[in-house]
Write a protein that binds this ligand. Structure first.
Ligand SMILES: *[C@@H]1O[C@H](CO)[C@@H](O)[C@H](O)[C@H]1NC(C)=O
Ligand SMILES: *[C@@H]1O[C@H](CO)[C@@H](O)[C@H](O)[C@H]1NC(C)=O
Length: 494
């Protein structure tokens, strides 16, 4: 990775200099002289001309840059520098292994939870790749809290990877760029002979005898995975055998390319693959069954804290694709009953559903939910804050909730709050089960201010987006469970 990025950087540098020279030496005559002198020095050094003009591995897409002098071409060069093609042998192959480059090390991870927590796990994987010099390969999202036949969903369908690569100045590969797939959504079980063996790490603690096997993703990628448990000193509490959390920097020595702390094969196998292979964790492609529970500091559930490196260095750069943003905008316009331009608005996310069953003091689910009044007060003070700090008069409020009870929605309507009504919009019928969640997520990220529900990772991510992307105020309405709640819950959403 170090080598590759240095080379590509040098490559862009050279091409850029050539480009700049060409801007000055515009005459074709001068160009010929330039080429001739290159050839001459090539002959002098007894090298092939092409070796000198293209001394790097991947100059192909860059010659556009050299021939045009507009400022835009520099930008294009940066984009292309991180293009996936530089980090693979070529187009997708039948077996992923054929497509890995000998000089590059990779990382990947699966995830078996709801959409938000899958996202967090994949981002943690990308961050671990950054600090261990490995190129991340992002799998699709699996349909884990929606019907299985919703199929898998490409990460790049939701997040703009072109933009993220440029912001991160790093490659971000997707599995479909590496390995042929039946279709972007296929979850059909491959024939045993079509499965490709791979040895992975399991992040599960000693209290769990087996790794997490993520059928959706593993079938989609046609893999057959065996697992080895990560060493216990990668844990946040190495002496406690039943805590989930791992520490990013403690994992690095075990996955670092070429010279890890110990060879992965020196650790005992946790579980053979379904087809019986017993591979140790792969050295070229580090993979993990899931990476949701990872922190860099003393705190668990670190994503909620200002310093979270996974948020600051990765997730905040993962913007939604233009197409989905446009779609969310038009849903919002219909919700606010306006025709052109979405007005500035406050988004409220109320997580109810299973949050009603989590009180530890015997309250019924209705009593366990945070009262609507608490959200109303939060919205009111946010309106005031927006007026005072930003001179914005924000009247429009949109509410997203998993509540099914019509009476609840009648009450919120009385407050004048709008709603993205996926039932009325027939979102599922038109676009499938992934969409209500995606559109809600994106709509929330467009808000001038955000009011969410404590302990919901779904709320947490929207809050962080509104803060970073819109410089907007955010507030989490806290739950009272009868005892301090310790855990962020899997949001149960797709
Ligand atoms: C770049 O140059 C090479 C050889 O000089 C040529 O084969 C290729 O088509 C060019 N690519 C573009 C995008 O112009
Ligand atoms: C990604 O972002 C860039 C701007 O950085 C934009 O030009 C491009 O259209 C976006 N692509 C998608 C798929 O949203």
């Amino acid at each position: 990775m170090q080598v590759v990025s240095f080379r590509t950087l040098a490559g862009v540098g050279v091409i850029f200099l050539v480009g700049v020279s060409l801007c000055f030496i515009v005459l074709p005559e001068a160009f010929r002289v330039f080429q001739l002198s290159l050839q001459k020095s090539a002959i002098m050094k007894d090298q092939d001309v092409s070796d000198i003009i293209t001394p790097l591995d991947e100059p192909q897409p860059l010659n556009k840059t050299a021939s045009s002098c507009s400022p835009k071409s520099e930008e294009q060069a940066i984009l292309q520098e991180w293009d996936s093609s530089h980090f693979l042998q070529g187009p997708p192959t039948k077996q992923f292994r054929e497509n890995l480059r000998d000089d590059t090390f990779y990382i990947t991870a699966w995830s078996n939870s709801g959409f938000t927590n899958q996202f967090m796990g994949y981002v943690n994987m990308i961050y671990l790749g950054m600090i261990s010099d490995r190129v991340p390969i992002i799998p699709p999202f699996g349909p884990h809290h929606i019907s299985y036949d919703s199929g898998s969903l490409r990460f790049s369908h939701v997040f703009n990877l072109t933009r993220a690569r440029r912001a991160l100045k790093r490659p971000l590969l997707e599995w479909h760029e590496l390995k042929e797939e039946d279709s972007p959504t296929s979850l059909s079980e491959p024939l045993p002979e079509d499965r490709e063996p791979l040895g992975c790490w399991s992040a599960r603690h000693e209290g769990n005898p087996t790794p997490i096997r993520v059928k959706s993703v593993i079938d989609h990628l046609k893999l057959d995975t065996s697992y080895t448990r990560v060493p216990s000193n990668t844990r946040h509490f190495p002496d406690e055998k039943t805590t989930d959390f791992l520490v990013f920097n403690q994992l690095v020595p075990y996955v670092f390319p070429r010279h890890p702390w110990r060879p992965p094969s020196s650790f005992p196998l946790m579980e053979a693959s379904p087809l019986g292979q017993r591979l140790p964790p792969d050295e070229q492609l580090s993979c993990f069954d899931f990476l949701y529970y990872v922190t860099s500091s003393r705190e668990l559930f670190e994503w909620q804290y200002s310093w979270s490196p996974a948020w600051r260095l990765v997730a905040t750069h993962l913007r939604f694709t233009d197409e989905l943003v446009d779609q969310a905008q038009s849903y919002l316009r219909r919700a606010f009953q306006v025709t052109d331009g979405t007005p500035p608005f406050i988004a409220v996310h109320m997580r109810r559903g299973d949050f009603g069953q989590q009180c530890r003091d015997g309250r019924t689910s209705k009593e366990c939910f945070v009262p609507l009044e608490n959200y109303r007060k939060a919205v009111e003070s946010m309106q005031q804050e927006l007026r005072e700090k930003k001179g914005m008069d924000v009247k429009d409020v949109v509410l997203m909730s998993d509540e099914q009870d019509g009476k609840f929605w009648d009450e919120t309507k009385k407050l004048g709050w709008a709603r993205l009504d996926h039932h009325k919009e027939q979102t599922v019928e038109k676009y499938g089960e992934w969409y209500p969640l995606l559109l809600d997520n994106i709509a929330q990220s467009l808000a001038a201010g955000f009011v969410g529900t404590g302990d919901s990772t779904y709320s947490l991510l929207s809050a962080r987006r509104v803060e970073d992307w819109n410089d907007g105020p955010t507030f989490m309405v806290q739950r009272f469970l009868g005892a301090r709640s310790l855990y962020y819950e899997d949001d149960g959403e797709p």
